[in-house]
Design a protein around this ligand. Structure first.
Ligand SMILES: *Cc1c(COP(=O)(O)O)cnc(C)c1O
Length: 479
């Protein structure tokens, strides 16, 4: 199994190819047969422990055996997130060239923390960030970094906004969000030390959008109490219903009140590639910072998040620390960061020192396909969501709970009796569909009422997949 010469971890070239091809063959097989596989399989901890719990082996086992165990018995427990009938939470469906991009990043062991270690790959990241900037209509000079996901992107933006305003924590600083804001923002507030009473939840309207006058009133109130409004998190597509806050109006108010506008577009941001999405997201170009999640609607494998700032130099001011053991990586201070000739240490822009080269997969997949197929894939999801909403409206058995927004459609089965009975019956249907393995959607609550929630983002999903789910909710016998 191992090479005769040198280190016991060395493997000869023939063997490397043989192992690699085994993995590629299995992955290609999975991609090809995905629609026929179950969407979800429950996991029984006892069974999985019995299967897997062993002391770390002193001697190895054949690679093929281990791969077989993983592919056949371990990984099938759980959800196939990229299955065309997985329309729960926020699905991801990585494109094959993007998967290969991650393999390249691992195989070439790219350390994308410093310019010294990865000037080439870091330039790829600068290029990719600038594509995103342009897609959103942010001005030249805006930039940021790729991170693990939307959660860290939100944390990074809030930390930078606070540092720019106060130089660090300040008990007067107040954050504004809506009840539809993603939970990661509350977690970021906690990590950054915002007290509960320094996080304001602004009322939303019947379409789940922040009420601008309510925000204005809260700002007045807080200023009168001697507090300092710091930052508003507006939604570029809420996770629950896909609602987009009135970004243009909010941007105007933020400018007037010197409030930092952060748009969390982790879910919806890449819809800006399409005409409809650009219209919905109008105003995002005024943001001081934006969160994006390429591992959602840009068809990248986990993990790939992104934070962009209008003034990216604030990131370095917030996060830069230079210990002696990194002194060799220090950059000449003479060239300002925004200069095209300036090298960038991405580690100085965020929380991670060691960073994977997440830009490679994005660059490779966008380069391979071109932007047009991504735009078409996103457009297709918007079409499917609109068509699903139309179907629900026509149905005598189903009730549409919100207009389709981005890729999300919220509806429920009509049930005789009160809301409690309807909620329980609908919850039972969601669980029954999941257990069947035929499809998987998740649920949410709208104005306190249970709602089935379809989230259509996958480039593989066809109308027949969506229709089969709607029919299930229409035709199933009620529990
Ligand atoms: C998914 C999501 C997040 C969190 O992103 P992760 O990539 O899961 O860390 C934040 N905000 C919104 C709106 C999201 O949809």
């Amino acid at each position: 199994m191992h090479s005769d010469s040198g280190s016991p971890l060395l493997i000869d070239a023939e063997q490397m190819r043989a192992l690699g091809y085994q993995v590629i063959d299995r992955l290609v097989e999975r991609f090809a047969t995905l629609p026929q596989l179950p969407v979800w399989r429950a996991g029984d901890r006892g069974h999985l422990e019995t299967l897997l719990r062993r002391p770390a082996p002193e001697q190895g086992a054949p690679f093929a055996e281990l791969a077989e165990l993983l592919f056949e018995q371990v990984l099938p427990h759980g959800a196939r997130i990229d299955h065309p009938r997985f329309m729960a939470f926020v699905p991801s469906a990585p494109a094959w060239p993007a998967v290969l991009g991650d393999l390249i990043a691992s195989g070439c062991d790219v350390f994308q923390g410093t310019w010294l270690a990865s000037s080439g790959a870091s330039t790829v990241e600068l290029v990719v960030l600038d594509w995103f900037r342009e897609w959103l209509g942010l001005p030249h000079g805006a930039g940021g970094l790729l991170v693990s996901g939307g959660s860290i992107a939100n944390l990074t933006a809030i930390a930078a906004a606070r540092h720019a305003r106060f130089g660090g924590p300040d008990p007067r600083a107040v954050l504004y969000l809506s009840r539809e804001t993603h939970s990661s923002v509350l977690r970021a507030a906690r990590v950054l030390g915002f007290a509960d009473d320094r996080v304001r939840t602004i009322a939303t309207d019947a379409a789940d959008r922040i009420i601008v006058d309510a925000l204005r009133a809260q700002l007045d109130d807080d200023v009168a109490r001697g507090l300092v409004p710091l930052l508003l998190v507006a939604n570029g597509g809420t996770t629950s219903t896909g609602a987009v806050d009135p970004l243009t109006e909010l941007a105007a108010l933020c400018r007037e009140r010197a409030l930092w506008l952060h748009v969390d577009a982790a879910y919806g941001g890449f819809a800006a590639l399409t005409d409809r999405g650009r219209t919905l997201l109008r105003g995002i170009e005024h943001a001081d910072s934006v969160t994006l999640d390429p591992h959602k609607w840009l068809y990248q494998p986990f993990e790939a998040g992104c934070v962009l700032l209008r003034e990216p130099k604030l990131l370095r001011e917030t996060f830069h620390v230079l210990p002696a053991y990194l002194q060799d990586t220090a950059l000449a201070a003479a060239v300002p960061e925004q200069d095209m000739a300036a090298p960038i240490n991405f580690a100085e822009r965020g929380i991670q020192l060691t960073r994977a080269a997440r830009a490679l997969k994005i660059w490779l997949s966008v380069g391979y396909y071109g932007v047009a197929p991504f735009r078409a894939a996103i457009d297709r999801c918007l079409d499917l969501a609109a068509r699903a909403a139309g179907y629900v409206q026509q149905s005598r058995e189903l009730e549409l709970m919100r207009p389709a927004a981005l890729g999300i459609v919220c509806f429920r089965r009509k049930v005789a009796g009160d809301d409690v009975a309807a909620d329980a019956a609908n919850a039972a249907l969601t669980a029954r569909l999941a257990a069947s393995g035929a499809a998987f959607i998740s649920s949410t609550r709208i104005d306190g009422r249970f709602a089935q929630r379809l989230c259509i983002l996958n480039y593989r999903t066809a109308w027949s997949d969506v229709e089969s789910v709607l029919r299930f909710f229409e035709e199933s016998a009620l529990p």
